[in-house]
Design a protein around this ligand. Structure first.
Ligand code: DGL
Length: 253
């Protein structure tokens, strides 16, 4: 079984790509809804949660882990790998490299949680892969919580999206990296603001391809999905149709 986790609903955007890439694999998805959001928590707090969830998933039969959360990857993927040396761990990092490679204007932006925006890991990613372009890092406090509450059409959120993204576009940014898995569900709202001025960069498919390379015999299961949450698991099921993921519900064991 492949374990996939996030602070909440955001990682479902990665799970959808994983299920497309590995339709016969068995997945266990864990949403840490008792502790969402991670984006305003300390590195120590996030590490504590990631290690506890990793332990839970491994003890329930997962032999490959996907950290479907940029914030958790930035703070804790190393600690998770150290805790489970025999288990492949795939993390999610903002698509700085593909965005920098594709940019024609030489200006890109990354939208992320406060924690990811301030992380050493993001700074390193920018230094290693985007030295030749200008990178604007935009922390977006509250966006993940709006997604978590399924407030995708909230006018306050729409106004904040516009207020944060317009200046990036005015600055000439032509690639906008989704640096938080929750933000994939805000793509329609973001695209309304962006129109044809830039393209969104989402790494969910790249993460799915990397997982596919590591899956081995795990690719050949019975196509089942377990959904678990540290609080209100019923909300996870109910969220699927709201997030246009009703097709995943049919897999739930
Ligand atoms: N979905 C997460 C990410 O990719 C974190 C959102 C949050 O809990 O703040 O960064």
């Amino acid at each position: 079984m492949i374990g996939v986790f996030d602070s909440g609903l955001g990682g479902l955007s990665v799970l959808a790509a994983l299920v497309d890439a590995l339709p016969q694999a068995d997945f266990s998805y864990y949403a840490d809804t008792a502790h969402v959001p991670y984006g305003n928590k300390s590195e120590e707090q996030i590490q504590g949660r990631v290690l506890a969830i990793g332990e839970h998933l491994v003890s329930h039969g997962c032999s490959l882990l996907v950290v479907a959360c940029n914030t958790a990857t930035a703070s804790a993927v190393q600690a998770l790998r150290t805790a489970h040396p025999g288990i492949p761990v795939v993390g999610v990092e903002p698509g700085i490299k593909p965005a920098a490679q594709a940019s024609k204007s030489g200006r890109i932006a990354v939208l992320a949680t406060e924690s990811t925006a301030n992380s050493q890991r993001l700074k390193r990613l920018i230094r290693d892969h985007a030295g030749h372009v200008e990178v604007l890092v935009e922390p977006c406090p509250g966006w993940a919580t709006h997604v978590e509450m399924l407030e995708l059409d909230d006018p306050e959120l729409a106004a904040d999206v516009r207020a944060r993204v317009e200046p990036l576009l005015d600055h000439g940014v032509d690639r906008i990296v989704l640096g938080c898995t929750h933000y994939s569900f805000l793509a329609p709202l973001l695209n309304q603001v962006i129109a044809t001025r830039a393209q969104l960069v989402d790494v969910a498919d790249a993460v799915a391809r990397q997982t596919q390379r590591l899956a081995g015999r795990l690719a050949h299961g019975s196509g089942r999905l377990q959904l678990q949450a540290s609080a209100h698991p019923e909300r996870l099921h109910a969220a699927l149709p709201r997030l246009h993921l009703a097709h995943l519900a049919a897999r739930v064991a």
